[in-house]
Design a protein around this ligand. Structure first.
Ligand SMILES: [Fe+2]
Ligand SMILES: [Fe+2]
Length: 194
């Protein structure tokens, strides 16, 4: 295997991104979050006729610096610096920076909007699956997700505004978005343990 330091992101494969991610992250929940976001980004890329490998790889990488540097002062800036030092394309870095609302980096491309739209929803859907008797993502119902979105105490750390605004920015209805991301996660349910 090539040393991670030698990777140029312009030619970065999904496997290269996976290696980089595992170099910085050991928390299984966080790794699963990035895998969920990857699956959702791949699905949206297919829907919109965009490059599935690029969208998926960016999804896989978007929080790779979070475990080491979780503060708003550091994440996702540290990751962006690391990617830049390794020759990442500036538009990849732009997408990753724009997933955190507080960076103020505008979400200008459809890819930026998709990443923002799926990020918090993936976490929320995981929480919805965990409280089901079967713990399966595939059987999570849209209506029950919407009900839980209104319950402030359920998965309280997940921003409802980000989910609702994310869908609106992406130009999809909330119902459609929830069902779409759930189905994308269900495709990799075994990997996600859901
Ligand atoms: Fe993040
Ligand atoms: Fe995330």
């Amino acid at each position: 295997m090539r040393a991670v330091d030698s990777i140029c992101l312009d030619a970065m494969t999904r496997e290269d991104a996976w290696t980089l991610l595992n170099e910085y992250t050991s928390n299984p929940s966080l790794i699963k979050h990035m895998l969920a976001v990857e699956a959702a980004m791949r699905a949206y890329a297919r829907k919109f006729g965009e490059d599935e490998e690029i969208w998926g790889t960016i999804g896989l990488l978007h929080d790779f610096d979070y475990e080491k540097w979780p503060s708003r002062e550091d994440h996702p800036y540290r990751g962006a610096e690391i990617l830049r030092a390794r020759g990442a394309a500036e538009d990849w870095i732009q997408t990753i920076l724009s997933h955190a609302d507080y960076t103020g980096v505008p979400r200008s491309s459809l890819r930026d909007k998709a990443l923002f739209a799926v990020d918090e929803l993936c976490g929320f859907l995981t929480a919805c699956a965990y409280v089901r008797p079967d713990r399966r993502i595939a059987t999570v119902e849209v209506d029950s997700v919407k009900k839980k979105l209104k319950q402030k105490s359920f998965a309280a750390q997940v921003s409802r505004d980000d989910i609702i605004n994310g869908a609106a920015e992406l130009g999809v209805s909330l119902d459609e978005h929830i069902a779409f991301v759930r189905d994308a996660m269900a495709e990799v349910a075994d990997t996600l343990g859901l």
